[in-house]
Write a protein that binds this ligand. Structure first.
Ligand code: ZN
Length: 190
């Protein structure tokens, strides 16, 4: 059985792409990262920007979802112009402080060998990259351009590089809104 995973908005800063794996559909909140396979699919979709090798374990999923909740809090705080809860700030800093997952050359008597990062250090490195991206967004020029999609049934977030950008996607929510407006005008006029 193969499951297919779709992520509605990729290509924003990584921290936003991660937060955007929680979506709203028909008024219901849906988590697109429910299983390790779903996280593996997201990591594949982000493979140009995120390094990952090997299987995704439940512990990886739990860690990424935990960081996602933290990033959602701090990004929302920045959007709303308030300070986030101290716990969220602490958790973000824990992720930032992780040592990088570097490969190492070791040289025992038998000769030189490459030692790949452990599963734990790979996970920590992933969290660190995602946390660092959030910090770059929060402290950089994108911070004042953080928006949530204007459609009432959508919670996707983006950086409004175009000042008039209101929708996560012009063809998705933008189009939905235009169709609804057109319908309302017809009802009013009819
Ligand atoms: Zn939207």
């Amino acid at each position: 059985m193969t499951a297919s995973f779709r992520f509605p908005l990729l290509g924003e800063p990584l921290s936003l792409d991660l937060v955007n794996t929680r979506v709203r559909r028909g008024g219901i909140d849906v988590d697109l990262l429910e299983t390790p396979a779903a996280l593996a699919a997201w990591l594949r979709a982000e493979s140009a920007r995120l390094a990952w090798s090997g299987a995704v374990e439940v512990a990886d999923l739990q860690a990424v979802r935990g960081l996602r909740a933290t990033l959602a809090v701090v990004l929302a705080a920045r959007r709303d112009g308030v300070r986030p809860a101290a716990a969220a700030l602490r958790q973000l800093n824990v992720a930032l402080a992780a040592p990088a997952a570097a490969s190492r050359l070791v040289w025992p008597a038998a000769g030189p060998q490459l030692v790949r990062p452990s599963a734990t250090s790979q996970r920590d490195a992933l969290l660190q990259v995602l946390a660092a991206d959030a910090v770059a967004v929060l402290t950089g020029p994108s911070a004042k351009l953080l928006r949530e999609c204007a459609h009432p049934d959508c919670v996707l977030q983006f950086v409004a590089n175009h000042p008039r950008r209101r929708w996560c996607s012009a063809t998705g929510c933008g189009n939905r809104a235009r169709v609804a407006q057109h319908y309302q005008r017809q009802q009013a006029g009819g």
